[in-house]
Design a protein around this ligand. Structure first.
Ligand SMILES: C[S@@+](CC[C@H](N)C(=O)[O-])C[C@H]1O[C@@H](n2cnc3c(N)ncnc32)[C@H](O)[C@@H]1O
Length: 207
């Protein structure tokens, strides 16, 4: 069954509609059978890097899912956080945690329904990966971020290479201050599943 929740099925998705279908089934159990059981830790790394580089203020969490990244951010400071995701069901779980000021649906392969220069920061974990969202969406993240603001997102390492995120970041460098890359493990040291050694690039862009 194609929409049976699993990391491999998530990686094999082909379109935004496939994402809506899979995550509508996964939403209720995602925190337990993915975040906990697979020792997912990308959200902590993105939160740390965002804080390290001075992220603050009103933050948009894109591909927010059930809110793991916002929870990690709020452990590290005071932020006002808004959530956006293509999956209504994932956002419903996030909303039940009362961690977001606001949440709204969007498809990151299209335009984000937000004004130019609106957010002090944009963050994302786990969404720029196989079968999900590619590098072209970064333009929109820059558009909605204020000059002087900060963007910190994770990109699965193999996805980074396959979709040439480096060229996109190079293009953006003409109208952003600078960008910083850091490679990290996606899962905890004690994880034993087949993706346990997968890595991600944490990309921070100073707008
Ligand atoms: C692996 S989950 C990550 C969720 C959360 N950020 C975390 O770290 O646990 C990927 C999320 O990306 C969302 N997503 C996938 N394609 C999307 C798109 N085109 N636009 C917006 N969100 C998308 C999914 O609905 C899902 O909630």
């Amino acid at each position: 069954m194609k929409n049976k929740p699993s990391l491999q099925n998530a990686y094999d998705l082909k379109s935004p509609d496939d994402n809506i279908e899979l995550y509508s089934v996964w939403a209720e159990t995602y925190d337990n059978d993915f975040v906990e059981d697979m020792q997912y830790k990308l959200h902590f790394a993105v939160a740390e890097e965002f804080v390290l580089h001075g992220g603050n203020g009103l933050v948009l969490d894109v591909g927010a899912g059930t809110g793991a990244l916002a929870q990690a951010l709020l452990q590290r400071g005071n932020f006002s956080i808004e959530a956006t995701d293509i999956s209504k069901k994932m956002l419903e779980v996030a909303e039940s945690k009362n961690i977001y000021d606001r949440s709204f649906l969007s498809d990151l392969t299209k335009e984000i329904p937000a004004n130019n220069d609106f957010y002090d920061g944009v963050v994302s974990s786990g969404t720029f990966t196989h079968g999900h969202v590619g590098p072209r969406a970064i333009d929109e993240l820059v558009r909605v971020t204020k000059p002087g603001g900060l963007i910190t997102i994770s990109v699965n390492e193999k996805h980074w290479i396959a979709f040439d995120f480096a060229s996109e970041v190079e293009k953006l460098s003409q109208h952003t201050r600078n960008s910083i890359l850091k490679k990290i493990s996606i899962y905890g040291d004690k994880s034993t599943h087949e993706h346990k050694d997968d890595k991600a690039i944490i990309l921070t862009i100073k707008v």
